[in-house]
Design a protein around this ligand. Structure first.
Ligand code: Z5A
Ligand code: MG
Length: 263
């Protein structure tokens, strides 16, 4: 039964992806990839997603990205306690979300229990974000700050590092919510490999991680803040808190939501 449900989500996603990539709609999305993000009303055309863009207080969308073992999950948990301690409604999310049926297919793939074509797994990762998109928007609009452990940038960087075309990789992410802040935990692949647990999953090889790091760099925009993840945990934590708190305050005052990857 689970298999049938997950397959139909994938079919639905593939249908919307085919529509996005159809000759009629191809020009705009590809042009739009040259820009980073834009307020929702002007990007509805690229994604078909309609959203209320009025400027009201809302939660902030804070994404932590970085190579494997850069410390994302550790810092996400610390940031959650910090913001909650200050009384800000906050939730911690992660991608892949391995709880959903799509997420279970991804999890089987990552742990080498199943094999999938590179394009197929890329679309599954993207579908895993799309299945959470409306809930994400609802949470933000009702004042909850979301700390997200990996997002579209992981999706594009990892698949591009395998050799897929970067514009093709970005296309299914168009129309997802753009983060208010991307905190990139910067560490060399060699240093990260010395940390605990490295080597258990599919992509955890230093040579591959080097390619991932290069693709991450091509995705940087003004919403990114590079954090030296080689420093002591407490130092990293303080820097993250500073940036995140600024964003939370900014969004509390009212900041329109934006979409990936349209400006
Ligand atoms: N992937 C993809 O291909 N496409 C996509 O769209 C998405 C993901 C979303 C699963 O990721 C894989 O999916 C991932 C990318 C791919 N690649 N792989 N493999 P995941 O997020 O589930 O992976 P994970 O198991 O959580 O590992 P991680 O994210 O790579 O680790 P981390 O969260 O960055 O690190 P950590 O768990 O917080 O810390 C690692 C260790 O370092 C731990 O022992 C800490 O105590 C230690 N640590 C942390 N900070 C420090 C400092 N500052 N000093 C010293 N030691 C530290
Ligand atoms: Mg992690």
């Amino acid at each position: 039964m689970k298999r049938i449900c997950s397959f139909s989500s994938v079919q639905l996603f593939s249908r919307s992806f085919r529509a996005l990539a159809s000759p009629r709609s191809l020009n705009y999305p590809l042009q739009s990839l040259k820009r980073s993000s834009v307020r929702m009303e002007s990007s509805n055309f690229s994604s078909g997603v309609r959203t209320d863009t009025s400027v009201k207080p809302r939660g902030a969308l804070i994404v932590l990205e970085g190579l494997d073992r850069s410390g994302k999950s550790t810092q996400c948990a610390k940031l959650l306690s910090f913001l909650e301690g200050l009384g800000h409604p906050t939730e911690l999310w992660r991608f892949p979300d391995r709880e959903t049926s799509v997420g279970q297919m991804i999890s089987a793939y990552l742990s080498n229990k199943s094999q999938l074509d590179d394009h197929t797994i890329h679309l599954l990762f993207s579908a895993n974000r799309w299945e959470k998109r409306s809930l994400m928007e609802e949470k933000l609009k009702t004042g909850t700050t979301l700390i997200v452990d990996r997002y579209s940038y992981s999706g594009v960087a990892f698949s591009s590092a395998k050799g897929l075309n970067i514009d093709w990789c970005k296309a299914p992410e168009i129309g997802l919510l753009a983060p208010d802040s991307v905190l990139y935990l910067d560490i060399s692949p060699e240093r990260a490999a010395e940390r605990g647990g490295y080597g258990d999953e599919r992509y955890e090889r230093v040579e591959f991680q080097k390619k991932v790091a290069d693709f991450y760099q091509t995705l940087r925009d003004s919403s990114w803040k590079i954090i030296n993840a080689g420093e002591a945990m407490e130092e990293v934590e303080k820097k993250i808190q500073e940036v995140a708190l600024d964003k939370v305050k900014e969004c509390t005052k009212g900041k329109p939501l934006s979409l990936l990857w349209s400006s």
